[in-house]
Design a protein around this ligand. Structure first.
Ligand code: ZN
Ligand code: ZN
Length: 290
């Protein structure tokens, strides 16, 4: 491909990754062009720089979906090195020490209901959590680059990786009716420019064919970033941080999306808020569990 065309393509992809607001016609055009270019251009592994085979994707089955490029920007060698949690609590997804047959069927099959000590003792406001990866290299790197360096391409990668586990898990189960990404406070949203949970939710929504709802729940309290606080302070910090603006969740089966589960206080607070607003069942989906 001539260098000029390559450079133009590269610039378009860079602009699309930097600007996710899509508030102007220019950025909208750039965004849609970048989606098409990602289908045409060779995929380069974001971790090692090797070229990826376009036919290779995380998906074992043939999911036909014109709106989503399944090419992953991760080579198969790097995919195999990802830190999958091989044994986890069926409800909160906390890693468990017991190792058993660790293929994708058993990782996503929470019908066995192996629960951790905490979930055996207290009732949780959510039915289950699916968080397939440890918050270790390179997943922590992908999440940090997404949140703090505005590398939106990583949201797509993280979303597709998570979607692979979700498609297996819900193959013979009812799926949630709506996806709600954990909301950011309006000031944080303005500062960051995007909500990372929403960006991760986008490819999942398209692949699982479940709509995203971002209009009915808000983070009404401008909390300190949880990562800067000790475990005890995190619980107080997030208390009463969320509110539901409309009573549209009554009787709804909801999936909550977060980037990473750390102490679990944010998940618990948000799910409690959704439960009070009438959600009948809540599953939590996250890329990683710390
Ligand atoms: Zn690689
Ligand atoms: Zn648990």
């Amino acid at each position: 491909m001539p260098t000029v065309i390559k450079t133009v393509c590269f610039v378009i992809l860079k602009i699309a990754n930097m600007d996710c607001y899509c508030t102007t016609i220019f950025t909208k055009v750039i965004y849609y062009m970048s989606n098409w270019l990602q289908l045409i251009l060779p995929n380069i592994c974001v971790l090692c720089g090797n070229r990826c085979n376009k036919q290779q994707s995380v998906f074992n089955e043939n999911y036909e979906n014109n709106q989503v490029s399944l090419a992953l920007d991760l080579c198969s060698a790097c995919q195999q090195e990802l830190p999958v949690i091989k044994s986890a609590c069926a409800q909160c997804a906390a890693p468990l020490p017991i190792q058993y047959n660790s293929n994708i069927e058993t990782i996503t099959n929470t019908s066995k209901k192996i629960l951790c000590g905490a979930c055996l003792k207290i009732s949780q406001p959510f039915a289950k959590t699916i968080a397939p990866y440890f918050y270790h290299t390179p997943i922590d790197h992908l999440i940090a680059q997404l949140k703090f360096q505005k590398q939106l391409v990583y949201a797509r990668i993280l979303g597709l990786l998570l979607a692979n586990f979700l498609l297996h898990h819900y193959k013979n189960r009812d799926t949630p009716q709506i996806i709600i990404p954990i909301p950011l406070h309006k000031y944080r949203l303005k500062e960051r420019g995007f909500n990372q949970s929403l960006e991760i939710a986008k490819p999942i929504s398209k692949l699982l064919n479940i709509p995203i709802n971002i209009q009915d729940c808000i983070r009404s309290k401008n909390t300190e970033p949880q990562s800067r606080l000790h475990a005890k302070e995190r619980q107080n910090n997030i208390h009463n941080a969320f509110s539901v603006t409309k009573k549209s969740l009554t009787g709804k089966y909801v999936a909550v999306i977060d980037d990473v589960i750390t102490t679990g206080y944010t998940r618990k607070e948000f799910c409690t808020c959704l439960q009070r607003a009438g959600a009948c069942k809540i599953d939590v989906w996250a890329c990683a569990h710390a």
